[in-house]
Design a protein around this ligand. Structure first.
Ligand code: C2G
Length: 152
């Protein structure tokens, strides 16, 4: 049984995360995902919208995922690889080279990220979507002005 492990925050779960997990499962038989805890994200300097319990539950519900473990430190990867007899450690290539030290324990691979999507981009497009356009604001003020005059 070929076992693969990956780690991540998986905040605002999106197609980039799903593509990675699907690709990883297609490379083996058993996929373990370490989901970053809220405290560990603080250590990573990463603010998350969705709390750990929900992020972990969403990842655990993905059909490609066989086991979810909490990721609470940078250092736990070596123990996880040994404990679960992992054959492949994999990350998206924004982490290219960062975990090569784990080659002592298993294969280390970095997969291409899915283009044009990230949690950061989702947050900014949500901000744009929710912000009222200047035209809408002006139109609202014009209507209010007309109503005010009618009431005079
Ligand atoms: N990812 C991807 N394509 C995207 C966005 C993300 O392939 N468009 C991949 C990332 O490369 C990563 C995984 O999805 O392998 C999870 O991404 P994040 O939740 O952003 O994970 P990160 O905060 O980078 O945490 O110890 C490792 C860290 O916990 C990784």
């Amino acid at each position: 049984m070929k076992k693969i492990i990956t780690y991540g925050t998986f905040d605002m779960f999106h197609i980039g995360h799903l593509n990675l997990l699907r690709n990883l499962k297609n490379m083996g038989d058993f996929l373990i995902v370490g989901v970053s805890t809220d405290n560990f994200n603080k250590e990573k300097g990463k603010r998350t919208l969705i709390p750990f319990k929900q992020r972990a539950e969403i990842v655990a519900s993905i059909k490609y995922v066989d086991l979810v473990i909490p990721e609470s430190s940078w250092e736990q990867k070596e123990n996880d690889i040994k404990k679960h007899s992992v054959d492949i450690f994999a990350m998206g290539n924004d982490w290219e080279g960062k975990f090569d030290h784990l080659k002592k324990f298993c294969d280390v691979i970095y997969l291409d990220r899915t283009k044009n999507i990230s949690t950061t981009e989702l947050k900014s497009s949500l901000k744009r979507f929710l912000s009222i356009s200047q035209d809408d604001l002006k139109h609202a003020f014009d209507v209010l002005e007309l109503l005010r005059r009618d009431l005079e």
